[in-house]
Design a protein around this ligand. Structure first.
Ligand code: C5P
Length: 227
């Protein structure tokens, strides 16, 4: 069987990561969560005090980029790849609402995107990869054999993210999560560099009324048809 590149893009909290991870496991492919890479840079901006009153010092972040090395390493306990920044595991730290609130402004910076896109393209050289994000089918791998664009109603996505964070023990309200989801949709879709749009040759997957099992079954079917 030939090994292909599968690009999964879409809005935040549509279930992209879960579905992509499951699909990669099923095909014995590598899974890459590119959102984690943008979150790692956002985490650095926060922990280095480059954010003041919600406003990001873009120039200082651009200057810091050459010193930031992002990598993934399999966690033997969870069987998932954790994200590392300069050798430190920051998997838990990047999932907070604080990071979610600053990640889209960070991802608007062209220098940040150029650095991460280069690394993502290198990861796909061997093919046999499922990569999820916002610009995978449009910019990172425009020739990917299978492209999927996932979406769902904002209220459904906010509820999913809220349940996830509450389960982790985070103190958050549904209203602030809903606001963050809408804000990220807006910034991600309207930015100048690599905006979130459905690639012309991507298949649309609206998960509003689909169970995780149904999403996985459909993705598996599309993948098998393509391979
Ligand atoms: O996928 P996740 O919701 O974790 O992504 C966090 C943020 O990172 C997105 O809202 C978007 O601003 C940015 N991102 C991006 N391009 C990607 C992946 C994520 O701009 N390929």
């Amino acid at each position: 069987m030939r090994r292909i590149i599968i690009a999964i893009d879409g809005h935040s909290s549509t279930g992209k990561s879960t579905a992509a991870k499951q699909l990669a496991g099923h095909l014995d492919y590598v899974y890459v969560d590119t959102g984690a890479m943008y979150r790692a840079i956002a985490f650095h901006a926060l922990s280095s005090n480059l954010v003041e009153n919600g406003s990001l010092d873009k120039q200082a972040l651009i200057a810091a980029l050459p010193g930031l090395a992002i990598s993934f390493k399999l966690n033997p306990d969870t069987h998932k790849a954790d994200v590392y920044l300069n050798g430190t595991n920051i998997e838990k730290e990047i999932r907070t609402l604080e990071v979610s609130n600053i990640v889209s402004p960070v991802a608007e910076i062209s220098e940040v995107r150029a650095k991460l896109v280069e690394q993502q393209q290198a990861m796909g050289q061997e093919r046999g990869i499922v990569m999820d994000g916002r610009d995978i089918g449009t910019v990172v791998f425009p020739n990917a054999e299978l492209k999927v664009f996932m979406t769902a109603a904002p209220e459904v996505r906010a509820k999913r993210r809220y349940d996830e964070l509450v389960q982790r023990g985070d103190q958050v309200t549904y209203e602030e999560i809903h606001k963050n989801v809408l804000q990220r949709d807006h910034i991600d879709s309207t930015r100048e560099d690599s905006p979130l749009i459905q690639a012309k040759d991507a298949r649309l997957l609206d998960t509003s009324e689909m169970s995780r099992e149904e999403q996985f079954e459909l993705l598996k079917k599309w993948a098998m048809e393509t391979i």
